[in-house]
Design a protein around this ligand. Sequence first.
Ligand SMILES: [Zn+2]
Length: 347
Amino acid sequence: MKRLIVGCVVCTLFLATIAAQSRKPAGTSHNGNAFRFNKVSEGVYHAVGTGSLAVVGNSSVIVNDNDVIIVDDHVSPAAAWVLLEEVKTLTKKPVTTVINTHFHFDHAHGNQIFDPTVQIIGHEYTRQMLLGNPTGMPLYQNYINGMPGQIETLRKRIADEKDPAAKAKLQTQLQVTENNYASQKELKPTPPNVTLSTQMTLFRGNREIQIRYLGRGHTAGDVVVLLPKERMVMTGDFLTSGLSNMSDSYPQEWAASLEALKKLDFETVLPGHGEAFTDKAKIDYFQAYLRDVWAETSRLKKEGVSAEEAAKRVDMTKHKGHLPIQAPGIPPIAATRIYELLDGGGR
Ligand SMILES: [Zn+2]
């Protein structure tokens, strides 16, 4: 009887590994590797896209004694599928767990390729948002609606391009965009099947993996993943190497929540966009930006300026020494969001 039970457990794990990739999604073809796996500690990798496939956000791969944990699973079923294929070059251990840092499409739209036996962990709010209508939200709508036009433009540019090297580059861009579009058509937003509200800790052999909610910020349900022994933190879009999208954010609370991040003991940040870094001053720079963008946009609203006009006029160039800002203006979606919050709205 005992042997039978052990047999079944092994069998279930085996089936889960196979089923995690049982049906190949559309749009996976690409040339060369789609990911660079930057090793940041023994068994911990920061997976950054190479550009041969649309992956958009970064993920992190945590290889434990007996299993693998993935933090964020990219922009599409195709991107998550290819990630799993390339993870096999690092380890043959099964992926048992996925952590979504937040609900945004470039971090959680690979969820559907995982078998239901794989634990997908996220904040309660992330589950709520992915169960709702995430593809109807402006951020995703802007993304998907732009694609047919981009494909059309690339086709025209390829036809007109005489230089073979430039033509080949454009052809790669076209392939990347067409594949992404094909995969988006198969999208079925899939929520976490395990949720937390403040904190959860996973133990894998000697490794401890803390999942922490630090307050509202980039969304109302971002979590960070802290590896206390390795002194590293995976931050998704709560803290990136540059500016984060603000469409679902709470800028004032975000600055305060980042204060809670500072209190954690870590040395290295593996962000959801951009390369890993150790410079903690980046948190201060981003907090200063958030406070200023809130103050400046609020001031313009009080003066009766429209959100559209404010987006053009809000001048954050004084932060350009530390953040990628070239000229006055903020994304319209950021101005709209701040206006919405000032009017007492917002999710
Ligand atoms: Zn995001």
